[in-house]
Design a binder for this molecule. Structure first.
Ligand code: FES
Length: 99
């Protein structure tokens, strides 16, 4: 687990792009729960830092595919899966396992 940001840097329903182990990772805060996913849509590679965040999913800005932030599944197009990274909160630090 690598510290990548402070909790207060990712506001509720907000996003933040960080780098860890050479990867771009998108942090998303949904009602206090922080999720981490790759910042590249598995469909056609659109950056997801401009995505729409809803209660439990993120919608790609390019074609609107919706991905679960819990497991990365795309219910509309199950052949595409978003990579999700484990997250841990330690005090005010957000830690991510980017492997
Ligand atoms: S590039 Fe993301 S849905 Fe097509």
């Amino acid at each position: 687990m690598i510290p990548v940001a402070k909790v207060n840097e990712v506001p509720n329903f907000g996003k933040k792009v960080v780098s860890a182990s050479g990867r771009e990772i998108l942090l998303v805060n949904i009602k206090g729960a922080v999720f981490a996913c790759e910042n590249e849509c598995p469909h056609q590679g659109s950056p997801l830092n401009a995505a729409i965040v809803k209660d439990d999913y993120i919608a790609c800005p390019r074609h609107g595919y919706r991905f679960s932030l819990a497991d990365g599944r795309c219910t509309d197009h199950p052949e595409f899966t978003l990579k999700i990274f484990p997250v841990q909160i330690s005090g005010n630090d957000i830690l991510v396992d980017p492997s």
